[in-house]
Write a protein that binds this ligand. Sequence first.
Ligand SMILES: *Cc1c(COP(=O)(O)O)cnc(C)c1O
Length: 489
Amino acid sequence: MCDFHPIPELQKHGSFLENVVDILFKNVVFTTNLSKVVLWKHPEDLKKTFDFSLDQHGTSHEKLLALIKNTIKFSVKTGHLYFINQLFSGLDPYGLAGQWLTDALNASMYTYEVAPVFTLMETTVIQEVCRMVGPDWQDGMFCPGGSMANGIAIHLARFKYNKSIKHCGASGMPRLVMFTSEESHYSTHKFAAFLGIGEDNVIGVKTDDVGRIIPEDLERTIAEEQEKGGVPFMVVATMGTTVRGAFDPVEDIFVICRRHGLWLHVDAAWGGGLIFSQKHRSKLNGIERANSIVINPHKLLAVPQQCSLLLLKDKAILKQCHSKGAEYLFQKDKYYDQSYDPGDKHLQCGRKCDVFKFWLMWKAKGSSGLARHVDAILETAEYFESQIEARPDYLLVSRRQFINVCFWYMPRYLQGKTDAVKECGEQLHKVAPQIKAVMVKHGSVMIGYQPLKEFPNFFRFVSQNSALSFKDVDFILDHISEIGRAIFQ
Ligand SMILES: *Cc1c(COP(=O)(O)O)cnc(C)c1O
């Protein structure tokens, strides 16, 4: 008999995988506060420390396991409580289990034939989220990230403006222009460039003191562009801006869009998870007015990366705009109803299964569990803000609207000084990067900073980890103060 996998081989690979899982459990899944977020090395040092080399001969399991341990050792532990550097964090056990399962099955999401459970599951989840948005919501798709989802929304909006573009291309079209807040996510500009609309035709609309679009300025810029011969076709509003967590006034923006016949896209990549919370859902009021919405479950809801949803009101448009009907994959004479194959409404061919980890987390916790998660992290943010206001060495950049708390650490010589931010902006600009560098070298806390508009560099606190307690908040702020005092005194 010809055995394709001789038993000893299977046993060897089995024990290898068991060892790997064991290493992951001990070094990634169950880490504590006491372990470091990162073991920092400069790139040149890491190149010398880590064996990146590839060669002609294979490597023994023993050496591979050592390399795996080293990979973990020098990687950032994004599940650590004190990783608050990006808009994702935490390590959800159900999410991880989901991710492991789909990786083990290595499914691809084009047809019911190769992914029967996952394609039906995808439809269920999309329909359920649509139902939560409003009665007019019909369809959607999982995308490899919010940036890509925003890009597809732009693509659909342009297709809606002129359907002939699918077959005839964009040449000969007038100069199309779109509008978004000056604090919106940069993916809008990237994809406008990618689609041949051009970055300069994404017009930045002014924001108010907390970072929301000023509707009058949207009106003004639309008129201005029309005068210059541009043809407006779309507005991208944001619910939960990346830095300040601002919510654009979507109701007002909708009225303007309706008057001018513009597609309204709501980028709720960051804020969209609020849809689960009865307590905070009202922040999303007006979202149902949009033509398309992006929600990233991999952000607020702490689903492992990537998990991003683009939702549509128009049931037919995805298929109209994207389908090609490749007959080697979507055969017309299939042995089951072809409408069960979701693949042709996507731009990708092979596609990872992002739905399962989300579905499993939702199933495990229920909608009420996801709501509790959202409410808990908002409470932590509220406490964080109150601490910034209570401590003399901190200053709030602008009022908190969501989870993002934007703040400066103020060295003693700037404390209590009126107009310190304006007058000593240059000095203040250097404070956050220096403190961050010390923290990363300690491996203690990772927290992001950035400048914005006229504001010098400031820290941004964001945590999607509902295990982060008030005590942890105190620790983080004490820690920043301690480093600040050491550097600036
Ligand atoms: C994070 C973010 C995005 C991009 O999402 P990715 O999944 O990181 O590509 C888009 N818009 C907003 C408002 C975001 O915060």
